[in-house]
Design a protein. Sequence first.
Length: 392
Amino acid sequence: MRQIRSNVYAVGAIDWDRRLFDELIPLPEGTTYNAYVIKGSEKTALLDTVDPKKTDTLLAAILSLGIDRIDYIVAHHAEQDHSGSIPDMLNLYPDAKVVANAKCKSMLMDLLHVEEDRFLTVEDGRTLSLGDKTLQFFDIPWVHWPETMGTYVQEDKILFPCDLFGAHLATSSLFVDDEPTVYEAAKRYYAQIMMPFRTVIRRNLRKLEALDIEVIAPSHGPAHDNPAFIMDAYRDWVSDDVKNEAVLAYVSMHESTRAIAEHLAEALMERGIKVRQFNLSVTDLGQLAIALVDAATIVLGSPTVLTGAHPKVAYGALVANALRPKTRFATIVGSFGWGGKMVEQLTGLMSNLKVELIDPVVTKGHPKEDDLSALDALADRILDKHREINVA
Ligand code: FEO
């Protein structure tokens, strides 16, 4: 039995083997689908379910608690890693109501074909009594879809924020017991899932800060009995503050772009700028996303292929553009043999980024002495820009 507080139980599943989420996001350390049972003196609630592949695990955990009735299934989020077992749970507990906000209800009807009469629709701030425990619901949109909601248990001071504050980390630990490991996993998770909604999350954080929270129990990874650890980390990540760092993401076909990337990396390091260099042919996109959380500058490096950027660099640009990091400056380096539109193409792929573009350096063939000087000058310009925003 995995108990968070008296009569509050973790009944989710650990997915040690999963390596990809949404067929996009690498999960090097697996994940968990957290669900919780809250037994009140009068009613019992299940908070979220699990990925449909793990329904049997959820059911076994519920049965092990000796529970034969569930009154409410609180759906914080319609994504199937949390909602996927709801149809099975509704079949097993025919009197249960799905508690959701209006948006989530509509999405669950579309995605899982839950019948409309099975819902109890709740609004932001509404409470629901289980007897000696009171659930209070808060809309916290865009963590990670528009319908996302959190639940606060007033008597126990536990916040269940679903995806927010989560970590894709398969672990048998119910609570955080290794902060550095969880910090890295939570930052990776933030970078890939939450970062595009940074400014909305900032507003959500302010809303949640008004609560007296002793435990944060997210829907992925371990629970936090030191809420300040994860809330402080989020305050930093969602802030507008960037660091004196450059992400240099490139691909090289015949060593020219590699020589350019390595020369520029060296020049930036000589100027005191921290460099995170990624060869996009072999990079874990999660690592690239983590680096983008803090960096002041992103540099893309590409050869010219079939008149455009190397497709792997274009993909990197597309991912960075979708993640919308708070990066302030961007530039492009690379090489060409006989012409092309590599720079224009990559610039067009980064239209979401609110960055100042620094003039690119593109060489014809392998970089020559004057090309290397141009790269040194580019490093100077990047340093100047970092100084202008007081990070160097
Ligand atoms: Fe963990 Fe957005 O689902």
